[in-house]
Design a protein around this ligand. Structure first.
Ligand code: SF4
Length: 282
């Protein structure tokens, strides 16, 4: 079973892919304050989308804020954030919490309430929405190729007319905008669109749009997706999977260099940095 993040790991660094998914080496994962903040922010947004009908629009901001603080404090205590305590002071952690909480308020005031009012006034009703949906699909049409792709999609909105779904909108939430990540994030949404379109429910879809929402940066990108874009993204996945499986074959037959290390922007937080030949020269 493949997922977008698994395939992205391979694109970023083949050796990291081997450590994580082939050797399954057990090491302590690094949790940084910004990763932690991103997780709490993401889970809060997921919660408010899932429970939209239960909220009163005038109190939603304070309810979301209360939930955010509760979740932050709970996870903060539950997790042994050893890294956090060695790299940051408690005051810095508190400042981070305030920064993420403020970003959540901006998100609700500036986007969430407007999205609800705009989309659901015209998009039939609020039932036409899924949050944190898990979709499985085949990557190859041939029946004997059973490799599956799983996608967990933050938000799917769809518009129905005459019992047919013609418009599909996919939203993915991220924390911080960085131009160099935009290409990979876009590809992620093409992959999600492909997974959704394999489902019969969406067979009649004509228009697909996506939004990448960088909550901490208060930055939004919205585009229309063409079927060619989707096919191109999926073709790259198919090629990568073929290469990965070939490398696993050689690796299992003794080629220890089948997966090579590749320095990238995430090396600093790589949980295998201590054993990586590019960093550990001893
Ligand atoms: S430290 Fe960087 S190059 Fe080494 S395995 Fe991790 S991601 Fe790859």
């Amino acid at each position: 079973m493949y997922s977008f993040s698994k395939l992205q790991t391979y694109t970023n660094c083949p050796l990291l892919y081997r450590y994580r998914y082939v050797d399954k080496k057990k090491v302590k994962k690094i949790t940084t304050l910004s990763m932690f903040g991103g997780t709490v922010l993401h889970k809060t947004i997921e919660k408010i989308w899932k429970q939209t009908t239960l909220y009163n629009i005038s109190t939603i901001e304070s309810q979301a804020s209360d939930y955010f603080v509760w979740l932050w404090n709970t996870l903060y205590q539950e997790h042994t954030l050893w890294w956090l305590f060695t790299q940051h002071t408690l005051q810095e952690a508190e400042d981070f919490k305030e920064k993420y909480k403020d970003a959540l308020s901006v998100f609700i005031q500036k986007y969430f309430i407007k999205d609800i009012q705009k989309n659901f006034a015209t998009w039939s009703d609020i039932k036409h929405h899924w949050a944190e949906v898990r979709v499985y699909c085949d990557l190859w049409k041939e029946k004997n190729n059973t490799k599956k792709l799983v996608c967990i999609i933050d938000n799917v909105l769809y518009k129905q007319s005459n019992n047919r779904i013609k418009d599909l909108h996919i939203i993915d939430y991220k924390s911080t905008y960085r131009e160099e990540n935009l290409k990979a994030h876009t590809k992620q949404l093409y992959t999600y669109a492909y997974a959704l379109l394999q489902n019969e429910v969406f067979a009649q879809v004509k228009n697909i749009t996506w939004t990448l929402h960088y909550v901490l940066s208060d930055y939004v990108e919205t585009y229309t997706i063409s079927k060619e874009d989707i096919e191109q993204a999926i073709d790259t996945h198919r090629q990568n999977i073929d290469t990965i499986e070939q490398k696993i074959f050689y690796y299992n037959f003794g080629d220890s260099n089948a997966f090579s290390p590749q320095k990238n922007q995430y090396c600093w937080s790589c949980e295998y940095k201590n054993i990586c030949p590019l960093w550990n020269k001893n």
